[in-house]
Design a protein around this ligand. Structure first.
Ligand SMILES: [Mg+2]
Length: 374
C-alpha cells in the first residue's frame, strides 16, 4: 500500500454567544482536516488542533510533511512519524505547529490502517479490552452562580456521574473567591457521589492555585487542571507539592518529551494529551507507555477541537493503559458533529466506541462544506 495524495481542508464555525473561561472569550472553533488517500483507494482522515488560523497547519502539512510521506506505506506509521519529526527537529521546530501538523497526518494514517484491516482503530492499536469507556461531562463555563448550579444539575439529570467546571475568573468576574463559592455551591447541589473536576486554563499563578486548592480540599475534588501556564514547570511542581488535590495537565503539551519533563519533576498526576496536538495516535500511544511506566493516569483531552479529534480520542481512550476517563464535551461546539450519524452518546458515565473499521464514523460532506474555508 502506498500513499498517493495528502489534502487539507480548513474549517471554522462561530458561536452566537462566545464561551467565557479562564483565558478569555472563545467565539470561533477551527480545525485543519487532513485527508490521505492510498493507491488501493482507501482514504483516512485526521485533524490538526487549531486555535487560530488553520492556514498554518495546512501549509506545514502540504508544503513540508507531505513530501516526506508521499509514496510511502502507511503500515510504517511509527517510522513516518519519526521522519516527520526529524525533518525540523534539528532546526528548532520540536514543538508547536509542526507537531500539530504531524498529529493530523498520523491520525489519518491509523484511520487507513483500521480500514485496511477491517478493524476499529483502537483494536489495530492493540485494544485494551474496552468497547466503552468511562467519561465525564465537559464543561460548565462561566456564568453567575445560580446558572452554574442549574447547569450542573442538568448534566446529572442527563445521566453524567462526573462534571468538569471552569474556574480561574478574572477580578472583574469575581476572581478566586467567586471560583471557590461556585465550586462549593455545585458540590452542595450535586451531593457527594458526583466527581467534580476543576479547569483553570492556566489563569492562576502557583500561589493562587495553592490557596484555592487548600480552600477546596474538603470538597472531594477529582483534579485541578492546568492550574498555571503550561511553560511554568516550577509552578506545576509547587502546586503539586503545596496542596492535596491531584494535578492534571497536557492539552498544551507536545509529545513524550513535553510530558517527560512534567513527570520527572513529579509535577503531575493525570496526563491529558490531545490526539490532534500530541502527535496523533502514535504520539498518544507513546505517552501511554510513559503513563504506564510511572503509575499515573490517562485522561484524553477533546474540548474545542472538531469531531475527528473527539472521535480519535475515544479510540485513544479505548487503547491506552491506565485510562482514567474520557472528556465528553457537551458545551456548544459547532465542529463536533461532522458525521453522517450522531456522535456516540454517553449513558450513566460511560460512552461506547464505534466498532466499524477505522475511526468508525464517516464525515458528512454537506456539513463539512458548510464550515469549510476556501
Ligand atoms: Mg482544559
Amino acid at each position: 500500500m502506498k500513499i498517493t495524495s495528502i489534502k487539507c481542508r480548513m474549517l471554522a464555525g462561530t458561536l452566537e454567544k462566545p464561551i467565557q473561561f479562564g483565558i478569555g472569550a472563545f467565539p470561533t472553533f477551527s480545525a485543519t482536516l487532513v485527508e490521505i488517500t492510498t493507491d488501493d483507494g482507501i482514504t483516512g482522515v485526521g485533524e490538526c488542533i487549531v486555535r487560530k488560523a488553520p492556514q498554518v497547519t495546512k501549509t506545514v502539512v502540504e508544503q513540508m510533511l507531505a513530501p516526506v510521506i508521499t509514496g510511502r506505506d502507511p503500515h510504517d506509521a511509527e517510522a513516518l512519524w519519526d521522519e516527520m519529526f526529524q525533518l525540523l527537529r534539528g532546526w528548532g521546530h520540536y514543538r508547536g505547529f509542526v507537531f500539530e501538523a504531524v498529529s493530523g497526518i498520523d491520525t489519518a494514517l491509523w484511520d487507513i490502517l483500521g480500514k485496511a484491516a477491517g478493524l476499529p482503530v483502537y483494536k489495530v492499536l492493540g485494544g485494551a479490552g474496552r468497547d466503552r469507556v468511562p467519561c465525564y461531562a465537559s464543561s460548565l463555563y462561566f456564568a453567575d452562580l445560580p446558572e452554574m448550579v442549574a447547569q450542573a444539575q442538568e448534566q446529572i439529570r442527563a445521566g453524567h456521574t462526573a462534571i468538569k467546571m471552569k474556574i480561574g475568573r478574572s477580578a472583574q468576574l469575581g476572581g478566586r473567591r467567586m471560583d471557590v463559592a461556585c465550586v462549593k455551591a455545585i458540590r452542595n447541589a450535586v451531593g457527594p457521589d458526583v466527581d467534580i473536576m476543576l479547569d483553570v486554563n492556566s489563569a492562576y499563578d502557583a500561589a493562587t492555585a495553592i490557596k484555592v486548592c487548600r480552600q477546596l480540599e474538603a470538597d472531594d475534588i477529582t483534579w485541578i487542571e492546568e492550574p498555571v501556564p503550561p511553560d511554568d514547570l516550577d509552578g506545576y511542581e509547587r502546586v503539586r507539592k503545596g496542596q492535596h488535590i491531584p494535578v492534571a495537565a497536557g492539552e498544551s503539551e507536545f509529545g513524550v518529551f513535553g510530558f517527560r519533563e512534567l513527570i520527572t519533576r513529579n509535577a503531575i498526576d493525570i496526563l491529558q494529551p490531545d490526539v490532534a496536538r500530541v502527535g496523533g495516535f502514535t504520539g498518544a500511544r507513546r505517552v501511554g507507555a510513559l503513563v504506564h511506566a510511572h503509575n499515573l493516569r490517562y485522561a484524553p483531552h477533546t474540548g474545542f477541537s472538531a469531531g475527528i479529534s473527539h472521535l480519535a480520542s475515544l479510540h485513544v481512550a479505548a487503547s491506552v493503559p491506565n485510562l482514567m476517563t474520557y472528556e465528553y464535551f457537551f458545551a456548544p461546539n459547532p465542529l463536533r458533529d461532522l458525521f453522517a450519524e450522531p456522535f456516540p452518546q454517553p449513558d450513566n458515565g460511560v460512552i461506547p466506541v464505534p466498532q466499524r473499521p477505522g475511526l468508525g464514523l464517516e464525515l458528512d460532506q454537506r456539513i463539512i462544506r458548510k464550515f469549510e474555508l476556501t
